[in-house]
Design a protein around this ligand. Structure first.
Ligand code: BES
Ligand code: MN
Ligand code: ZN
Length: 498
């Protein structure tokens, strides 16, 4: 999508549909009255007739007699006292998708005011751009039936009458565009089916990043991983004919100890020999959502030229029940040296992540953050509106919570008390890979913790948050949500500003 930033008055458009965000208490403001007069007083008349609800996210489409602004979409922001950046994101998303449905191809919006809430022009512009770009995402790659019928908005103009704000707006829009487009690419990686989004394809995606940005990519083949001693990752990879890839990305925007970002990258999770039931198994193409989020976040870090050293690790493989697949009861030796009894081959994510976490330690990271669609129990506990947050370090946990507050990518803190440890102790090995039904997300996280070697570490279980199987939300269509990208970028940019 083309985004333009202009300083111009309200009604000097080029035929775009104008998005007008209004607060319920605006009771036609003097500014609005002035615009409205040029439109023959239609807004005021409707207002007086109480035709508008003013409720947050409701919209009204008006047709005008102006060539420059033929249509205006009013989008209600609720009360000015309760406005937030996320509400701006939602309102812009709702407006953009409503206009797309109504056949509009170009939209324009004035920089929104934040009432009494303190937010910089840059942040508001960023939220506006994110709302529009995120909401308009569509996954139509395989819809040959749609052909010419795909509706698309191709242009977005954000304008202000105050030309002194243009620089700040430009900065925010650029950030918003980088971030939202990265989220959308991440969504596509996860929406692509398992026969396309293979470990080799993930390798390709990583290598494409390394061509466009100063990012180094190294890929370990299965045999390399075997030689290094990644018995857990290789154990999972045994069951599939699809070549596994252990992918390492390095962005060196600064010297010093890196941040390690690790993403679960199971390109399809059938469960292996502990086969999943058929119902909803197709969803398991998204079991590489953690890895896709890491790719998105590193891309934005490079675009923003953040002065940080970042390592990305994607242990990519299918989890399949092939002839050489692990059996329940098998014991594997992890890269750390710890042995694991594989009680259930469907608890494959923690096996791959264990070796990835251990591998990350050779970079002496100052922090490790892993993202994983790790447990069904997480979906049971939190649904799709939050990621479960675990960690071994208060400061790192708080930094992630702060990033969550700013982005509205919700995280919820969970305990990993040592009392749970008995559930994952094995009689025949050091650990077992499942802890039974009680506290399934917690025992999975506690398993991972064993490999973090007291390095500050956070684990985000994104099993629920990574997929919207419900209704479209204002800026989150159905399907993959791209969860984690905005959160990670916020964490990283905050760190870079320190
Ligand atoms: N990828 C799944 C987790 C998952 C399941 C996410 C359902 C979303 C919906 C993971 O690999 C898995 O299968 N976990 C098992 C672990 C169990 C065998 C201990 C689970 O949650 O059932
Ligand atoms: Mn599984
Ligand atoms: Zn899985």
């Amino acid at each position: 999508m083309k985004i333009k930033i202009e300083s111009r008055p309200f009604l000097k458009g080029k035929g775009e549909t104008l998005i007008l965000g209004l607060y319920e208490e605006d009771s036609p403001s003097p500014n609005l009255r002035r615009i409205d007069r040029a439109l023959g007083g239609m807004i005021e008349k409707a207002w007086d007739a109480k035709e508008f609800s003013g409720k947050f996210l409701e919209t009204d489409l008006l047709r005008t007699n102006q060539k420059t602004v033929p249509r205006i979409l009013l989008v209600w922001l609720g009360s000015a006292k309760e406005i937030t950046l996320d509400k701006i994101r939602q309102a812009m998303g709702k407006a953009a998708t409503t206009i797309r449905t109504a056949g509009g191809t170009n939209v324009a919006a004035p920089l929104l005011g934040m009432g009494s809430i303190r937010a910089s022009v840059t942040d508001v512009a960023q939220a506006m751009a994110e709302g529009v770009i995120l909401s308009l995402y569509q996954f139509n790659h395989y819809r040959t039936d749609l052909k010419e019928d795909v509706k698309e908005i191709t242009g977005f103009t954000i304008f202000t009458a105050d030309s002194s704000k243009k620089t700040a707006i430009t900065k925010g829009v650029l950030r918003g565009q980088w971030i939202a487009e990265a989220v959308n690419s991440t969504r596509t990686l996860c929406n692509l089916p398992g026969n396309v989004m293979t470990p080799s394809r993930m390798e390709q995606e990583a290598k494409q990043l390394s061509q466009a940005y100063p990012i180094d990519v190294k890929v370990l083949e299965r045999s390399d991983a075997e030689e290094l001693g990644m018995g857990a990752f290789c154990g999972v990879a045994r069951g599939t004919a699809e070549p596994a890839k252990f992918i390492i990305l390095e962005y060196k925007g600064a010297k010093g100890r890196p941040i390690a970002l690790i993403g679960k990258s199971i390109t399809f999770d059938s469960g292996g020999i502990s086969l999943k039931p058929a119902e909803d198994m197709e969803r398991m193409k998204y079991d590489m959502s953690g890895g896709a989020a890491v790719l998105g976040a590193i891309k934005v870090a490079a675009q923003m030229k953040l002065p940080l050293h970042i390592i990305g690790i994607l242990p990519a493989t299918d989890n399949m029940p092939g002839g050489k697949a692990m059996h329940p009861g098998d014991i594997v030796k992890t890269l750390s040296g710890k042995t694991v009894e594989v009680i259930n081959t469907d608890a494959e994510g923690r096996l791959c992540l264990a070796d990835a976490i251990t591998y990350s330690l050779r970079y002496k990271p100052s922090a490790i953050i892993d993202l994983a669609t790790l447990t069904g129990a997480c979906v049971v506990a939190l649904g799709q509106h939050a990621m479960a947050l675990f960690g071994n370090n208060k400061k790192l946990i708080e930094a992630i919570q702060a990033a969550s507050d700013k982005t509205c990518e919700r995280v919820w803190p969970m305990p990993i008390w040592e009392e749970y440890y008995s559930q994952i102790k094995s009689d025949v090995a050091d650990l077992k890979n499942t802890g039974g039904r009680p506290a399934g997300s917690i025992t999975a996280a506690l398993f991972l913790k064993q490999f973090s070697d007291n390095v500050p570490w956070v684990h985000l279980d994104i099993a629920g948050a990574a997929w919207n199987g419900d209704q479209p939300r204002p800026y989150t269509p159905k399907g993959s949500t791209g969860a984690g990208v905005r959160l990670l970028v916020k964490y990283l940019t905050t760190l870079a500003e320190k």
